[in-house]
Design a protein around this ligand. Sequence first.
Ligand SMILES: [Zn+2]
Length: 172
Amino acid sequence: MNTLWTPWRMEHVTGAAPRPDGCLFEPPGRGSASPEHLLLYRDRLLVVLLNRFPYANGHLLVAPRRHVGELIALTPEENQALMAMLQQAWRILQERLRPAGCNIGLNIGPVAGAGIVDHLHFHLVPRWAGDHNFMTVLAEVRTIPQHLAETFNQLLPDFQQLLPHGAAHGQP
Ligand SMILES: [Zn+2]
């Protein structure tokens, strides 16, 4: 079981991508998407990112906008929005990437594998039968950046369609 979850420590090991202005889950700018930051979606309450160091193709990170590390700190409104997004994100992954299954999880504390402990984030890891060697193969051929860009572009329109009407996205 550990082998499934420990790869998420890669966030910690590798430093988790560019963090120019601090937190990975608070990319700069006001837009609802940013290819540079692999930001697929942003609204008043939450963000969706493609993990720069994926355990599988389409590995998503869903986090509240607020920089909170305690599960109990989430408001009822955030709870509802996050769960609704997990539903939609999984639907989109199913439609676009056709996985056979998915792991959805929250790593709380370094002992549980959390690389960024002070900003809660859900992982969605699509799974295919016999996918255990996926990362090994990808790492060896060094095609991850291209792969990420393709997956980002593949998923972006669906996530942008989820945006609430009006001016709800961008900075609150
Ligand atoms: Zn943060």
